[in-house]
Design a protein around this ligand. Structure first.
Ligand SMILES: Cc1ncc(C[n+]2csc(CCOP(=O)(O)OP(=O)(O)O)c2C)c(N)n1
Ligand SMILES: [Mg+2]
Length: 628
């Protein structure tokens, strides 16, 4: 059997149905084998960055493995941005790259570099480039080792904290004949014997004991709060979370990545906290006296760049599979639990059980530390009040004239889509932040973005990935007019495959976020913000029409719902240019204040800009406020 056939068969046997690629001479055997594979549909993109981003979002959508295939040299380097996104968002993606044949490599047979920059045509040492962004990266030099490397890579991609892996295969290795029945296998470490990232170091308390500690702290709490992150989904533990939530019925918040695990309409869902957040979400976070964070890495966007002030009155339990994520917050976490979110939630549920279905809060002890029934109606009510008193989308956003408010657009798209629809956004830019922050989600509905990297250009190829993963279901992609340009060539892929993706592109004459930051920090002159300062965007409807796509333009808020509905109901792909308020106020958000002596002070998470009148602010605080 030819090795490249074995590789593709291996991928097919994993159940992978689609591979995203740009073909190339350096990967020609892999390409040819893929072309012959009946059970995988190859999706050819027009740029490897797009293949990588499509594969990453595909993996997110199937909550499994995505696969991208690229050629040697620029094929690999072009894919690095998508790879980085997968690395940061813990997405399991298998990258397969072609490489120059072994005798042409700029390495001696023993692996020592020969010292030149390149020997083979289009040669690049891609493995060294991608090493820091992968869980496993290897150039396969011995054809007999192919099974081992593939099995190891796929195991690592999906075990512990998931992430991308990279297998680089020289041309002559791709073509090598192998006996598939006689290849050494990778022995996955036995779950009990292996050093597990999701269990503790020797001497550390076991998970059952840590869950008892968690329950004890919860029992003492008057104002408990749960925060869920993407780790809950990566652990395939959405159902366990819902069970726990139904049992406890205490207020819940979610990170942006996990916002679609719970319906925005659930009365006990307070919101998405952080540096661009609803006031209610941050008031609840900063006033709680017990915080259970599950599967959220608690990055600066959530802790407000000041972990010492984050939920400062709370007993904080942090459950994360990655010890480094916990370690970074070590002084501020009361109960650090290095565990898989699913294992933790299962252990929580195991230590709890219903007494009778009609008395869900009376939980029988399995151990001495069972959850005690406690009347916290006051706190639950307070959280609900915050949510209703400080809605993200206000009447002002909905006023029926003028250019479109992104808040209103997000609300309308959220309401007009069905739970079956897939939603994806670009991932940076002022408009996108507002969209992701303001768009409500329903149970079952998914909303994707590339959270950690925030790369422009994710929206278009990402929408291809999720649409295909979702069985070519209706997909809504909201992107900035700047970000949309970054992979605009993928409109051809969308057109060719006739994918039912409805693109809403936020037209604000270029880079509104750059305009905002340059105005805030430097005034003028400005550079690369819009058509007056060196960056411009073309007429999107003309561009889309050139790709043979249907187009629409929404000029104003008048009848916004009707206009959005029309786009959603148009069959096939549609590109809709939305004339949005060019510099819409982005808030409430974390801000700093200048002291009289000129120094800057960061405000705590509870005190978001635009600042509330001090009386109103103090009335919202249960925890003592910080000196201003
Ligand atoms: C690949 C990449 N390059 C540069 C940036 C820096 N950057 C962040 S937002 C932004 C402008 C985004 O413009 P647009 O997509 O139109 O969104 P807007 O801010 O206008 O809403 C830039 C250049 C980035 N995030 N990603
Ligand atoms: Mg823009």
């Amino acid at each position: 059997m030819k090795l490249s056939d074995y590789v593709i068969q291996f991928v097919a046997n994993l159940g992978v149905k689609h591979v995203f690629l740009v073909p190339g001479g350096g990967a020609m055997h892999l390409n040819a084998s893929l072309a012959q594979c009946a059970s995988i549909e190859p999706i050819c993109n027009s740029h490897e960055q797009a293949s990588a981003m499509a594969a990453e979002n595909y993996a997110k959508a199937v909550n499994g493995l995505g696969v991208a295939m690229v050629t040697t040299g620029p094929g690999g380097t072009n894919a690095v941005t998508g790879l980085a996104g997968a690395w940061l968002d813990s997405t399991p993606v298998l990258f397969l790259s072609g490489q120059v044949k072994r005798p042409d490599r700029m390495f001696a047979p023993d692996g020592a570099p020969l010292g030149m920059r390149q020997l083979g045509v289009q040669e690049i040492d891609i493995v060294s480039i991608v090493k820091p962004l992968t869980k496993y990266a290897v150039t396969v030099l011995d054809p007999q080792s192919i099974r081992f490397h593939l099995e190891k890579a796929v195991y690592l991609a999906q075990t512990g904290r998931p992430g991308p892996v990279w297998i680089d295969i020289p041309l002559d290795v791709q073509a090598a004949p192998i006996d598939a029945s006689d290849l050494p296998a990778f022995e996955a470490p036995h779950p009990c014997a292996a050093p597990q990232p999701d269990t503790q170091a020797a001497g550390a308390p076991d998970l059952a004991a840590q869950v008892r500690e968690t329950i004890d702290a919860l029992n003492r709490a008057e104002r408990p709060l749960i925060l869920i992150g993407n780790g809950v989904r990566l652990a395939h533990a959405e159902d366990q979370f819902r069970k726990l939530f139904d049992l406890l019925r205490i207020p819940v918040e979610a990170t942006w990545c996990a916002a679609d695990i719970i319906s925005s309409e659930d009365p006990l869902f307070v919101g998405r906290p952080g540096s661009l957040a609803s006031r209610g979400a941050n008031f609840a976070l900063q006033n709680c006296d017990f915080l259970l964070s599950v599967g959220a890495r608690l990055d600066f966007a959530i802790t407000g760049y000041a972990p010492e002030k984050f939920a400062r009155a709370a007993h904080k339990v942090m459950v994360d599979i990655d010890p480094a994520e916990i370690l970074k917050l070590a002084p501020f976490i009361d109960t650090p639990i290095c565990a898989d979110a699913g294992n933790f939630l299962r252990e929580m549920l195991c230590q709890m059980s219903y007494q009778t279905p009609r008395q869900p809060m009376r939980l029988i002890p399995r151990q001495s530390s069972a959850v005690q029934p406690k009347d916290r109606a006051f706190w639950n009510q307070r959280c609900t009040d915050w949510k209703t008193r400080y809605p993200v989308v206000t009447e002002d956003h909905r006023k029926p004239e003028g250019p479109v408010s992104i808040y209103h657009l997000a609300e309308v798209i959220g309401q007009e889509t069905t739970p079956e629809d897939l939603m994806i956004s670009g991932s940076s830019g002022a408009g996108i932040e507002i969209f992701l922050f303001a768009c409500p989600t329903r149970t079952g509905q998914r909303i994707y973005h590339t959270a950690g990297l925030g790369s422009m250009g994710n929206g278009l190829p990402g929408s291809i990935g999720v649409c295909i993963a979702g069985g070519r279901r209706r997909t809504v992609c909201v992107d900035g007019d700047g970000g949309f340009q970054f992979n605009i060539q993928e409109l051809e892929t969308v057109a060719r495959l006739n994918l039912p993706i409805k693109f809403f592109v936020l037209n604000n004459d270029g880079y509104a976020s750059m305009r905002a930051s340059q105005t805030n920090f430097f005034g003028s002159p400005q550079l690369g913000c819009d058509s007056r300062t060196g960056i411009s965007v073309p007429d999107l409807c003309k561009v889309a029409a050139a790709y043979g796509l249907r187009t629409a333009r929404i000029e104003s808020q008048a009848n916004l719902r009707k206009q959005v509905r029309k786009v959603l109901e148009t069959p096939g792909p549609v590109v809709c240019d939305v004339m949005v308020i060019p510099d819409e106020v982005r808030g409430p958000r974390l801000s700093s204040m200048q002291r009289p002596d000129g120094s800057m002070v960061s405000k705590p998470l509870e005190d978001l800009w635009p600042f509330l009148e001090r009386d109103e602010f103090h009335a919202n605080m249960i925890v003592e406020t910080l000196p201003e």
